[in-house]
Write a protein that binds this ligand. Sequence first.
Ligand code: FAD
Length: 291
Amino acid sequence: MRIDEILKNKRTLSFEVFPPKKAQTETEKLYETIRELKKLSPDFISVTYGASGSNARNSAEIAGFIKSEGIEPLAHITGGPSTPSDIDKTTEKLKSLGVENVLALRGDRPVDSDIEYCKHFAHATDLLTYLNGRGFSMGAACYPEGHSECVSLYADLENLKKKQDCGAKFFITQIFYDNSYYYRLVFEARKLGITCPIIPGIMPLTNPKNISRIKSMCGSTIPIELRNMLEIYSDNPVVMREMGLNYAAYQITDLIAKGAPGVHLYIMNRADTASEIYLRLKNTFDELFRR
Ligand code: FAD
């Protein structure tokens, strides 16, 4: 089923997984994770796509596996490293597997690669334009704190409007830990005529070692209270994990109370993270996500 159609009727609960590096040995483990995630009745599961385009086949196969489990897959596609022929092959494969939803992205040039980047698809908008009319329900990325390359949040929002004009029907946000950035994004986006649902992306922060990585990779601000909680208990991984999960549950509760159209959990291929969040919010999910 198309995700834009699902979003017309209910809030969505979704997860992101990524293809394992050691495709042969670890893919079966990922399939086990997907079977565990199925028990939480997600509306869809998204599968990332390597920035170099190298794992395209594996990514499509994982999306096909998700579909075969009776869950809606959302296949990410990065235009940056791709030629039109690469995109044609990927989309034909996705179609043959019954995948109806794609997240159109530019991707970031991998540091250790000399591939020509953004030659054919300079931006997600170019990929959306290329894919438009092929029958996919298309989503795209957005950035509550602005994208790192953008001169201003306003310029970034104008580009977000272009994504909608090029056919995106829903957006999923970059990770954020301060919900006020999400509310600002939605408020400003609506003023510019962006009407698509904007699904907040949440990643429980359970390890202080990830604080600087998240800041540098995603540009997400870590509120001082979360940073303090994690650092004070940095010698106790069990307590730290619990705090990170509780904080994520708090973020989700606040987002749902204020009308977010769903929640997308970045779970780093860990079904236990999804289950622990679900258990903390079972009644909220049962009451508000099943309608
Ligand atoms: P774009 O939309 O092209 O935006 C990049 C910059 O260009 C922004 O500053 C934007 O304001 C500007 N811009 C956008 N459109 C135009 C235009 N038409 N003209 C001029 N400027 C423009 N990366 C992966 O490699 N694989 C993944 O699977 C993946 N999944 C992701 C999922 C989500 C939900 C998110 C938020 C990010 C994901 N990323 C993934 C990371 C993403 O590829 C990077 O953030 C990348 O730097 C930007 O991708 P984009 O699609 O937003 O690019």
